[in-house]
Design a protein around this ligand. Structure first.
Ligand SMILES: [Cu+2]
Length: 462
């Protein structure tokens, strides 16, 4: 189409006429793509422009765009959505283009982006581009840098992406409600030079938390600390996609945190370094090895790891109550308490009192097996099954599955890992007796350990 920009020429646009150009273009708003599935969509390989390794979004998708002259155009629609947190539980959230979080936006360093935002919420909103260096009037802070976008209206943001890196977007209108309802998404800007820190697989997700009382489906957004759904891309275990990786791949995982607390994220079986934050790329000389990295509130941490250790590696938040679902909340500790008589007494007083921890902990019997009746639309506190039994997790937990010979673009869950024979922890034979223990514990540690009686295949006894 003929635009004022075409008449003025691109030099005039670069001189800072973004708003003028925006008005000229507003008559031709691109169609807003929609997503109905909470499943990880394949990476969106760029058909034009510089080449890059596109990201995959856990339980999410990348927002398609169109080129209009030298502008990359996107269309976000802010709206109420129903998001499945895991099979068995749906939540009424607010998000973008059919899902919460919104789709990942991907572009290339140097791109000029034009992002239309249509507000289909019952209240006004804005979009703030977290971490991005842009003109003040494009920063999306309602009242401060722009008028709020009223319900039913479409605004346009235009800016040039001067830096590559990992960023986020979220409202800066009625934030406690709108982010508490799930409005957020990731914004990845790839380096223009494809040789700058390339990776083979690039995963991205944003962390958010909700308080959704058991049996209900709408978050209590006024909560400050006491959340019960700890989510990656508004999904909880066992609903979070696994991260399938080919043995030897260089893998990047980009994690945003728009919840109200920090999350120490731990990957088993590997060491890695933080390579990028929402402030840009970390110089190699400033990186150090880690196995757990805290992602502070309102920040992004991306780490690069060489997937050189095959297996099913747990990948989770290390705050234990963040790897649990709602029923794990406010549970009374009854470890060591014989519970049968107590339960009878409590049932008479308050038939609906909910769950208490078992006499032996939560792992055995009714808790992990979840034979107890639960309210509708409520997930077990700990659930999921692996090849060796119950996994007993919830919330922020998934698995990086590293396999030999996966196809380069294969992101299907490869199933359970086939451990080489003799490499799985196993029971030992104590001849039917109790394994020996030291008889009289000395005041000082005894380093002279006797080794009587145990049969360990392959182990030489002195
Ligand atoms: Cu956490």
């Amino acid at each position: 189409m003929i635009s004022r920009r075409g008449i003025l020429g691109s030099a005039a646009v670069l001189a800072g006429a973004t708003l003028v150009s925006g008005r000229a273009q507003a008559a031709a708003i691109p169609e807003a793509p929609m997503m109905t599935s909470p499943k990880m969509q394949p990476p969106l390989v760029p058909k034009t422009g510089p080449d890059y390794q596109p990201v995959v979004t856990l339980n999410g998708w990348t927002l398609p765009w169109r080129m209009n002259g030298d502008w990359k155009e996107f269309h976000l629609v802010a709206e109420p959505v129903v998001r499945e947190l895991a099979p068995g539980m749906k939540a009424n959230l607010w998000g973008y283009n059919g899902q919460a979080p919104g789709p990942t936006i991907e572009a290339v360093e140097g791109d000029k982006v034009r992002i239309f935002v249509t507000n289909k919420l019952p209240e006004h909103t804005t979009v703030h581009w977290h971490g991005m260096i842009l003109p003040n009037g494009m920063d999306g802070v309602g009242g401060l840098t722009q008028p709020h976008i009223p319900p039913g209206k479409t605004f346009v943001y235009e800016f040039q992406l001067n830096d590559s890196g990992t960023f986020m977007y979220h409202p800066h209108s009625d934030e406690m409600v709108q982010m508490g309802m799930g409005m957020m998404g990731m914004f990845v800007v790839h380096p223009r030079d494809p040789k700058f820190r390339p990776v083979d697989r690039d995963f991205v997700f944003v962390m958010s938390t909700y308080l959704i009382p058991p049996g209900t489906s709408t978050p209590k957004v006024a909560e400050m600390t006491d959340f019960n759904m700890w989510t990656w891309n508004s999904r909880v275990f066992p609903g979070i996609d696994t991260l399938p990786v080919r043995l030897g791949d260089r893998v990047r995982v980009r994690m945003g945190n728009l919840s109200m607390t920090s999350h120490p994220i731990h990957l088993h079986g590997h060491h890695f370094s933080v390579t990028c934050t929402d402030g840009g790329w970390v110089p190699e000389s400033a990186q150090w090895p880690e196995a757990t990295i805290a992602v502070p509130v309102g920040s992004i941490r991306a780490f690069d790891v060489v997937a050189n250790n095959p297996g099913d590696w747990a990948f989770h938040c290390h705050k234990t109550h963040h790897a649990m679902n709602a029923m794990g909340h406010n549970v009374q500790n009854f470890i060591g308490v014989p519970k049968a008589a107590l339960a009878q007494a409590i049932k008479k007083l308050a038939p609906d009192v909910g769950m208490a921890m078992g006499t032996t902990g939560m792992a055995m019997g009714e808790m992990a097996g979840m034979e107890m009746p639960m309210p509708d639309n409520t997930l077990p506190m700990m659930t999921g099954t692996g090849q060796f039994g119950p996994i007993e997790m919830g919330g922020m937990f998934t698995v990086m599955k590293i396999r030999e010979g996966l196809a380069r673009d294969d992101y299907k869950d490869p199933g359970p890992y086939k451990n080489p024979p003799g490499t799985v922890a196993h029971a030992v034979d104590a001849d039917g007796k109790q394994p020996p223990r030291q008889e009289n514990a000395p005041a000082q540690p005894n380093h002279d350990m006797k080794m009587p009686g145990m049969k360990m295949p392959g182990m030489k006894m002195p």
